[in-house]
Each structure stands twice: as structure tokens, then as C-alpha cells.
Design a protein around this ligand. Sequence first.
Ligand SMILES: Nc1ncnc2c1ncn2[C@@H]1O[C@H](COP(=O)(O)OP(=O)(O)OP(=O)(O)O)[C@@H](O)[C@H]1O
Ligand SMILES: [Mg+2]
Length: 263
Amino acid sequence: MTMTDTAADRLGSASSGNALELRGVTKLFGALAALTDINLTVRPGERRAVLGSNGAGKTTLFNCVTGDFLPTNGSIRLFGEDVTSFPPQERIRRGLRRTYQISLLFGGLSVIDNVYLACRGVSRGRFSMLRPRRNDTLMARAAELIEAVHMTPLKDTMVRNLAYGQQRQLEIALALSGAPRLILFDEPAAGLSPTERSELIAILMGLPGHIGYIIIEHDMDVALRVATSVSMMHNGRIFKEGSPEEIENDPEVQELYLGGGHG
Ligand SMILES: Nc1ncnc2c1ncn2[C@@H]1O[C@H](COP(=O)(O)OP(=O)(O)OP(=O)(O)O)[C@@H](O)[C@H]1O
Ligand SMILES: [Mg+2]
């Protein structure tokens, strides 16, 4: 099933000034079509969940948006600008961020030092042997971001001593450094305990309203709570879009995802 005109209008594809616009994006890996003719519009500040079974193409979609992969066909606009052939760094400069499943944290530094370094825009390679020389404005900013991810009591804890879920929270703080306008979260709830999941939901819901995000999530409880719109993927295609309520009540979706013990 494709999106109706009404749904497209409601989801903002008719308006200009979108955060993200994918038109006809296809990604082939040899003979395998990981993405086929993807059309996706995300408005500034929108919170979109992307749901779908394993291998549906969700992470490939993220990789095309970040520039880690070039699409085989189609175009990608970021905040009105055609970035289809831009390298990842140019997209980051325009306010795009992502979180990875693999941790990119400095285990031997404290929580605050990790966030401070992200605020300074220091890359892993350039940093390696240096101790940061502190700048008060950036330290204050780092403290704010740590508060945004509910980690103030842990700010002086060494990252390697954090629990897994706390490390994931810290990664969100890193994604918030700089001036992000659109963040891509790839399965942020994976491996989290029920308590950590609730914390994650609170953190995402508490992000400043101008920051939009796309969240890939297998946990429907998390996805439908933190999203304002949902895209359903299967076999490299988006087959349905709607509000969390529409998706939750959709018979086809219920059969696919909410039945059979996945609820
Ligand atoms: N770099 C790659 N080279 C070849 N095939 C790939 C590559 N990345 C992904 N694929 C294939 O593309 C398809 C979509 O994969 P993708 O990782 O995007 O799925 P996904 O929806 O993120 O799945 P999951 O829920 O398991 O993370 C899969 O068939 C996968 O094997
Ligand atoms: Mg994936």
C-alpha cells in the first residue's frame, strides 16, 4: 500500500523547508535491492519512527541519509539543500547526527570529558594523547547536555565503569553536541533493561522541540511513544505511513508486528 495524498500532505511533503526529503531513493548491493524507490519527508522538529522486520532496509536508509552510502538512484535533500552526493562531514555540518550500535566513547575518560570533547569537535584521531584544556563555556554546555540525558550524578564517572544503558544515554548527549537539527537513532533501546527503556523514552521526549529525529526501533512500545509519525518498511520499501495511533490500530500492522507475541 502506498501513502495517500492526504497522508502525504499531513506528513508535510507538500511544504517547503523540510528537514529531510528523499525522492525515489534506491540502493542496490549487486543484485539485492536493499532500498527501492523510497520517498520520505520529515519536517523540522518531527519525530519519526521507522519500523520493519530484520533486513527491511532501515539501517541502509540511515546510511544513505548520512552519506555513508551513496544511493544507486534518487535524491536526498537536507534542510532544503540537495546533499545527494555530499560526504558525511558536509551533512554533519548542516546539523545531521546519528548514533551507532557500536560505542564510540572514550572509556578511559569521565562522562563530562567525553561530552566536553564532543562539544569541542575533537575527533578521536586528533585527540588521542592530549588532555583537554578546559573552556568554561564549553564545560557549561557539556554539563547541560549531561543533564539533558539525566546523567548529572554520573558526570565524573569513568565511562568504562558505566552500565551499558548509561553508555547509550551518553551517546545521545554526544549526538546533541554542536547544533543538531535532525538526529538518526538506530535501535537505541536494544539491550536496555525495562528501567533503562523508560529513561530513554523520557530523554527522547524531553529533547528540545526544534530537534527532529528518526528512530529505528524494534520495540513498538518505545517507538510509538517517542514518535509523532511512523513509517513501516518491508523488503526495502515503505509500505505504510501514519500517526502512532493509526499504525497501532492498523489491522495489517497488528498482524505483522503486534500479534504473534511481538506486542
Ligand atoms: N554493506 C552491505 N553490503 C551488502 N548488503 C548489505 C549491506 N548492508 C545491508 N545489506 C543488505 O541489505 C538488506 C537491508 O539491510 P539493513 O541492514 O538495511 O536492514 P535493517 O532493516 O536495518 O535490518 P535489522 O533490523 O536487522 O537491523 C539486507 O538484506 C542486508 O543483508
Ligand atoms: Mg539495522
